[in-house]
Design a binder for this molecule. Structure first.
Ligand SMILES: Nc1nc2c(c(=O)[nH]1)N[C@H]1C(S)=C(S)[C@@H](COP(=O)(O)O)O[C@H]1N2
Ligand SMILES: [Mo]
Length: 198
C-alpha cells in the first residue's frame, strides 16, 4: 500500500536525537587558526602509508578544480543544519597525486594546533567527502576553518576537521583528539554513535 506524502518530512533527514538549526554554530577545541600570510603559512601534507609524501602549497591547492556540493550536517552536540551548499575540491583531486600503499586502511586528519580526527579510508574516499572552501556562497570564515576544512557529512561533524593541514594514511585505527576523550571511533549519526564510554 502507498503512503502519499503531502510534504517532505524533515525527519527523513534528521537523525535521532538531533534538532534543526538555521544558524551555523561555531564549535571547536582551542583557538581559531589565523594566518597573517596564508600563502606562506598554510600547506597540506599527505603522508604516512603513501609511496611518496606530497605537500601542496596554498597556491597549488587553490589551483585545483572545484565544484559544488550539497549536504546536511549533524553535530554530536545535537544540532543539524540542512541544505548546505559548498564549494569544494573533491578528495580525488588530491589523492590522485599520491600512491596509497595497499596496507592503508585508516586516515588521520591533522588540523592546525595538533588537533586530529580519525576515520576509515573508505569514508574518506567517499564521493560525498570533500575539502570545503566556501559555505553558502561565502569564503569560510576563520571560525569555520579557513582556508580549508574537511567535510565528511555522513559522520558527525566533529570528523570534519577545520584548518586542515595533513592527511595521514595508517594501517590501524587510532583515536584522534575527541576520540581519545570519549567520542565514538566512527560516529554515524543515524546510529547515534556519539560517545564511547565504557
Ligand atoms: N581543527 C578542528 N576542527 C574541528 C573541531 C576542532 O576542535 N578543531 N571541532 C569539530 C566539531 S566538534 C564540530 S561540531 C565542527 C564544528 O564546525 P563549525 O564550527 O564550522 O560548525 O568542527 C569540527 N572540526
Ligand atoms: Mo561537534
Amino acid at each position: 500500500m502507498f503512503f502519499k506524502k503531502t510534504d517532505v518530512p524533515a525527519n527523513d533527514r534528521v537523525p535521532p536525537g538531533q534538532t534543526l538549526t538555521t544558524g551555523f554554530p561555531v564549535l571547536h577545541h582551542g583557538d581559531v587558526a589565523r594566518y597573517k600570510d596564508v600563502r606562506t603559512e598554510w600547506n597540506l601534507r599527505v603522508f604516512g602509508l603513501v609511496e611518496e609524501e606530497l605537500r601542496l602549497s596554498y597556491d597549488e591547492f587553490m589551483a585545483l578544480p572545484r565544484r559544488e556540493f550539497g549536504n546536511d550536517i549533524h553535530c554530536v552536540t545535537t544540532w543539524s543544519k540542512l541544505d548546505n551548499v559548498w564549494e569544494g575540491v573533491a578528495v580525488g583531486e588530491v589523492i590522485g597525486r599520491v600512491r596509497i600503499k595497499p596496507e592503508a586502511k585508516y586516515v588521520m586528519l591533522h588540523a592546525e594546533h595538533g588537533w586530529t580526527t580519525n576515520l576509515p579510508i573508505a569514508d574518506f574516499l567517499r564521493e560525498t567527502t570533500f575539502f570545503g572552501l566556501k559555505h553558502n556562497g561565502a569564503e569560510l570564515t576563520p571560525e569555520h576553518g579557513y582556508p580549508v576544512r574537511m567535510v565528511v557529512p555522513h559522520l558527525y561533524f566533529w570528523k570534519s576537521a577545520k584548518w586542515l593541514r595533513g592527511i595521514e594514511f595508517m594501517a590501524k585505527d587510532k583515536p584522534g583528539f575527541w576520540e581519545r576523550n570519549g567520542y565514538h571511533m566512527y560516529g554515524d549519526p543515524w546510529r547515534e554513535e556519539r560517545y564511547d564510554f565504557d
